[in-house]
Design a protein around this ligand. Structure first.
Ligand SMILES: [Mg+2]
Length: 168
């Protein structure tokens, strides 16, 4: 049985987009983002992060650095009772950086590869799911994967997801 998921972009939706965040010190939660994730968990949605991380291609940080930060974020969110079920990232950039990362890939948003992979891996029903992102490229990726998209303008993420998902 396929499940609904809420796909979240990371930078600009969960944490403030400071540009190539890779250290714990770079992470400032978007207002009520941990609370929003916990709310989605309680509603029974899978919470899946889909994030472009061309800082890896550009050599600003490594896959290992990304994994360490992701592990820290899981633990930090856990203190709010919030759980991210899966994280999919694209380390590529079509022109910048070094092999093997400077390639035209199918996963860098606006391409839908990250969402398509998650849908297959986790048995997600795209039509009953939602992508929340802060850029048009997030919306394009969602549309190409058959997932409805909502552009997050900033502010309070809990308020935003409640407005989006509560029926009245
Ligand atoms: Mg973003």
């Amino acid at each position: 049985m396929s499940r609904p998921a809420i796909f979240l972009d990371r930078d600009g939706v969960i944490n403030e987009d400071v540009g190539y965040a890779w250290r714990q010190a770079d992470i400032r939660w978007v207002r009520n983002a941990p609370e929003a994730i916990a709310w989605l968990n309680r509603r029974g949605y899978l919470v899946v992060v889909v994030t472009n991380q061309s800082g890896i291609a550009r050599g600003y940080y490594s896959e290992r650095d990304f994994d360490v930060l992701t592990g820290w974020m899981h633990a930090a969110l856990g203190q709010y009772g919030a759980r991210i079920d899966a994280v999919y990232h694209c380390p590529h950039h079509p022109t910048a950086g070094q092999p093997p990362y400077n390639v035209v890939c199918n996963c860098r948003k606006p391409k839908p590869g990250l969402l398509v992979k998650a849908i297959g891996d986790l048995g997600i029903d795209p039509a009953r799911s939602l992508m929340i992102g802060d850029k048009l490229t997030d919306m394009e990726a969602a549309a190409a994967a058959g997932v409805p998209g909502l552009l997050f303008p900033g502010g309070d993420l809990l308020e935003f997801v409640r407005d989006a998902l509560d029926n009245g």
